[in-house]
Design a binder for this molecule. Structure first.
Ligand code: SAH
Ligand code: SF4
Ligand code: F3S
Length: 488
């Protein structure tokens, strides 16, 4: 990430009469300046500012990528609006389950009719779905009105791609199969002023047999710890108090660096950053969660009391077929160890129902784990077959009726344990990071506790972004109602 002032002074020195430099990020700075010219020229002719809108699907990685894309759009002169009527709309897509793909195709139909009304309108598609060759074929065949298509590895090139798009009539497609490159120092527009995601690694090497992510996000690449720390320091100087360290498997962070660093070591360094109040991270793979990490979490004042520890399935037979590389017993042992060492921690998980060959007895085992671990919350997904993954070729698909029955049973167990855990902080005073005015009642603000539970309490906009001591008066399942603790 680069600050606006620093970027502006570099942009001033760039002469567009020269050819674009080859090295990054300088090349992109050149294209930002060039794109500015195009945007301001169009605005002048239209007699208004050009508008842009970004729609983001999928996980935190995509949310973070969208902040980078919006940073570039704002830098080159677009006004960001929250409407798909905008002159430029980008969809940052997800393909982890088929329903994510279907939503994008549905929206494209609507875009087509809007484009007929606004001849200046441009549509850009990027993100994980674009890394699938079958998607590109389909777009070329059935959605030729799309103007720009790019993937997950070259989002840093957005300015350059926009220049190409505005200089051409056809669909511009730029997809890279993989990359070993990490381009630093690009602008980004943060969604929140007081908290931010920070990429610590990209890609995934785990190849869980159901999962498309390693194919669309490429091989695992860790960012240099100094770049991460520098970015967090910069964020803190900009008013950020909470960071979420992002990676598909943060527990394997740093293993492939020239000088290997463990995730726990990185956390120790992040903890030292003055002014930073809270540290979160996503996602932890159980197979790589070290004792060193538990120890660092236990002794940290900043790492939040929340761990998302995807289970996926409770039966060792299914876990093996999923290539998760832990058994039911190993998972349980780990969960118990974490609860024992950090008793106030909140544990959440992801579970898939309907993996090929999964029987009702296998789901019984998943339910057993849910009951034993007592998750604070669990996201339950119906298995979605992803072309190209090993699971797509597996026999014994589970019927829809069986899936429904198993899913309902699992959901019931999840809700029961979540209910049991909910409310356990009632009466306590806890620090909440205030995020926004309550959506339904403007006399209330909504904040998040260290363990990720929401609390609503009377307050005003001046509290947003502040850590505030709140007495948790009543529990309402997934949230508390509280009041500011004045200390009197
Ligand atoms: N890297 C993270 C998960 C990223 S995907 C991890 O390993 O935990 C987020 C969740 O989507 C996964 O945890 C899994 O539960 C779910 N998921 C992934 N592929 C899926 C598929 N093919 N069908 C259904 N759910 C899937
Ligand atoms: Fe997918 Fe497994 Fe990688 Fe998570 S760890 S992104 S589930 S392959
Ligand atoms: Fe989806 Fe890509 Fe994330 S497939 S879940 S947006 S890494």
């Amino acid at each position: 990430m680069i600050k606006n002032e620093a970027l502006e002074s570099i942009l001033e020195t760039i002469d567009l009469r020269n050819d674009a430099p080859a090295e990054e990020p300088l090349r992109q700075y050149y294209f930002m300046k060039k794109a500015r010219e195009i945007v301001s020229d169009k605005s002048r002719r239209l007699g208004r500012r050009l508008t842009a809108d970004g729609e983001t699907f999928g996980c935190q990685m995509n949310a973070k990528d969208s902040e980078k894309l919006i940073g570039i759009l704002k830098n080159i002169g677009f006004e960001m609006i929250d409407s798909e009527e905008a002159d430029l709309v980008f969809y940052n897509t997800c393909t982890v389950r088929d329903n994510a793909n279907q939503r994008v195709y549905g929206r494209l139909g609507l875009m087509h009719s809007m484009k007929k009304k606004n001849p200046h309108k441009k549509i850009a598609l990027c993100g994980c779905m674009m890394q699938e060759p079958s998607v590109i074929e389909k777009l070329q065949k059935s959605y030729p009105f799309v103007d720009l298509v790019f993937g997950t590895h070259n989002i840093y090139k957005f300015a350059e791609l926009l220049v190409a798009m505005y200089s051409s009539d056809g669909m511009i497609i730029d997809i890279w199969k993989d990359t070993d490159k990490i381009v630093e120092d690009l602008p980004a527009q943060r969604k929140y002023s007081f908290k931010s995601g920070v990429n610590i690694m990209y890609g995934c090497n785990n190849f869980c047999s159901y999962c498309i992510v390693p194919y669309v996000r490429g091989r695992e690449r860790s960012r240099d710890p100094t770049d991460i720390l520098r970015e967090i320091e910069q964020l803190v100087s900009d008013g950020v108090v909470e960071v979420m360290l992002l990676g598909q498997n943060v527990n394997s962070y740093g293993k492939t660096l020239d000088t290997p660093v463990s995730f726990a070591e990185l956390l120790r360094e992040v903890e030292k950053i003055e002014g930073l109040e809270r540290i979160r991270f996503m996602t932890s793979h159980p197979k790589d969660l070290s004792d060193e990490l538990i120890d660092v979490m236990k002794n940290s004042k900043k790492i939040c009391r929340h761990l998302h520890l995807p289970l996926q399935a409770g039966s060792t037979k299914i876990l093996t077929a999923m290539n998760r590389r832990y058994t039911k017993e190993q998972y349980l042992e780990l969960a118990h160890k974490i609860r024992r060492e950090i008793p106030d921690i909140s544990l959440t998980t992801d579970i898939i129902v309907g993996f090929p060959g999964e029987t009702a007895a296998d789901v019984d085992e998943t339910i057993e784990v849910v009951k034993e671990v007592e998750y604070d919350n669990a996201f339950t997904f119906i298995y979605s077959k992803r072309t190209g993954t090993p699971a797509a070729a597996m026999q014994n698909p589970v019927t829809d009726e069986e899936i429904k029955e198993n899913f309902d049973r699992l959901l019931k167990a999840v809700q029961e344990t979540a209910k049991k855990r909910a409310g356990r902080l009632t009466g306590q005073i806890q620090s909440a990071l205030v995020e926004e005015i309550n959506e339904h009642d403007s006399a209330l603000v909504s904040g998040r506790l260290s363990n990720n539970t929401i609390v609503h309490f009377p307050g005003d906009a001046s509290l947003i972004g502040k850590l505030t001591d709140v007495r948790l008066k009543e529990s309402h399942g997934f949230y508390y109602i509280g009041e500011i603790e004045t200390g009197n």
